[in-house]
Design a protein around this ligand. Structure first.
Ligand SMILES: Nc1ncnc2c1ncn2[C@@H]1O[C@H](COP(=O)(O)OP(=O)(O)OP(=O)(O)O)[C@@H](O)[C@H]1O
Ligand SMILES: [Mg+2]
Length: 177
């Protein structure tokens, strides 16, 4: 990338609910000074919802409204976007995409301990087994910018944090293309 390169990169951190996106992003924002955008929170703050989904017991996202709310910040650069979906964001927004992955024996307990049960629990576990979000990311972004990261243990989380922080530092120093 030549003239279009942003001074600060935009990073997407995605993956099935419970894989550790927000835990990672919070620390990454602290390490790098980039702004963490938790998409679920933005959607709530700006009321980007359509009707309520009775099966999943959650409101359905109004994607167009959400994208409009985010556009100015994303165009500036320097944002870390945290969401469990990724194919509706404009491809141009992101310089790198990380898909966090967690083995089901860990993910199951994390989801149960936050109160998930029944169909919601099963569907999220299946989403991880079938690597749905990884494939979604691979279908939506250039393969060379999509990276799969294991997030089974706190040690792996630390390792991911260090690697991404180093990548951001390189970008700031103009070393990434
Ligand atoms: N690598 C890890 N090792 C052990 N525990 C972890 C790891 N990552 C996250 N956790 C724990 O798993 C739980 C879920 O993490 P977190 O809320 O960050 O997930 P999330 O991907 O943001 O989920 P959601 O998509 O629902 O927002 C938290 O209790 C967190 O402490
Ligand atoms: Mg989260």
């Amino acid at each position: 990338m030549a003239s279009g390169r942003r001074a600060l990169p935009n990073i997407l951190v995605t993956g099935t609910p419970g894989v550790g996106k927000s835990t990672l992003c919070e620390q990454l924002a602290e390490n790098t000074g980039l702004e963490w955008l938790e998409v679920g929170q933005i959607a709530k703050e700006f009321e980007c919802f359509e009707e309520y989904d009775e099966v999943y017991q959650c409101p359905v996202l109004d994607e167009e409204k959400l994208l409009d709310e985010m556009e100015d910040k994303m165009s500036e650069g320097g944002r870390i976007v945290d969401y469990h979906g990724c194919d509706f964001f404009p491809e141009r927004w992101f310089d790198i995409v990380f898909v966090l992955r967690t083995d089901n024996k860990w993910l199951y307990d994390r989801l149960v301990s936050r109160g998930y049960s029944g169909k919601k629990l099963e569907d999220n576990i299946q989403c991880e087994i079938f690597q749905t979000i990884l494939e979604e990311a691979q279908g939506a972004y250039k393969p060379e910018i999509v990276h799969e990261l294991r997030s089974d243990t706190p040690a792996e989380m630390e390792d991911n944090l260090e690697k991404i922080t180093a990548w951001v530092e390189q970008w700031k120093n103009g070393a990434c293309t």
